[in-house]
Design a protein around this ligand. Sequence first.
Ligand SMILES: NC(=O)c1ccc[n+]([C@@H]2O[C@H](COP(=O)([O-])OP(=O)(O)OC[C@H]3O[C@@H](n4cnc5c(N)ncnc54)[C@H](OP(=O)(O)O)[C@@H]3O)[C@@H](O)[C@H]2O)c1
Length: 263
Amino acid sequence: MRILVTGSDGLVATNIIPFLKEHFEIIPALEKEWDITDRDKGRAVLRSVQPHVLLNLAAMTNVDGCEDILDRAHKVNAEGPGVLADLCREEGVKIAHFSTDYVFDGAGQRPYREDDRTNPLSVYGRTKLLGEKEVMKRTDNFLIIRTQWIYGEGGENFITKVTRLGKEKGTVSVVNDQTGSPTYAKDLAQPVAALIRGTAPASITSPMMAPALGLTLQERFFPSCPYLQPASLSVRINSRERPQGPPIRSLIAARSRPIRGFV
Ligand SMILES: NC(=O)c1ccc[n+]([C@@H]2O[C@H](COP(=O)([O-])OP(=O)(O)OC[C@H]3O[C@@H](n4cnc5c(N)ncnc54)[C@H](OP(=O)(O)O)[C@@H]3O)[C@@H](O)[C@H]2O)c1
């Protein structure tokens, strides 16, 4: 099976492509070669590559940047998936599209399920939700994969960030009241493969346990880390206040696994 992967130099792609390559023929695509919002280019690429599946990992993921550059966020996260879904329908290709827990507001009292009511609070979340809807509107042959709090090799994640800032500044204040499901990027590879093959149930969520970010990470994994100090919500590594931030409580229902990948 041939899979065309957009966003192929991003965090998720670089972590899952090595596994996918063992099972599929993978054709990576880069933004500089093909902007997913370019319909004509997309059609040409699909006709040339003739994939069975288009795995869309291209997105504008800078949450603060989305607040600042609304037009671009809408174009890439909402319109782009619609363009891809149109082209996939025309060419008889399945689209597997990645989305996020930011489609929820974080007010739920239990882990989210696929059919829970969405209520995004940020431009990123709103545009990603629109992207999901565009895909569903334009083709019947799709997968939408919501995941959250991804960390992995390549790029900066929470752990590398606090470690870097701690070394630079001596102390880092971190939120201690956010709850979510950290997802080791490589762990997405196998379920994504199973979904694409059609051998998994029709939904996939982050297969991780759910510590309260910050304090729990400190207590459980870095008890002797000198850098971390629990802080109130208003003190954030990323200086923006909510509602642009992630949902406070956004567990995605899934089987729990021990957290791994960086300890
Ligand atoms: N990271 C997380 O914690 C997280 C959590 C939940 C869901 N997700 C979702 O998972 C997917 C992958 O995220 P990620 O973390 O791998 O993001 P990432 O590291 O920011 O990578 C995004 C990729 O998309 C490319 N891209 C951006 N705009 C594009 C365009 N117009 N046309 C073509 N390519 C474009 C980027 O290329 P350049 O680098 O060249 O700009 C980059 O390769 C996204 O749908 C995201 O919403 C991520």
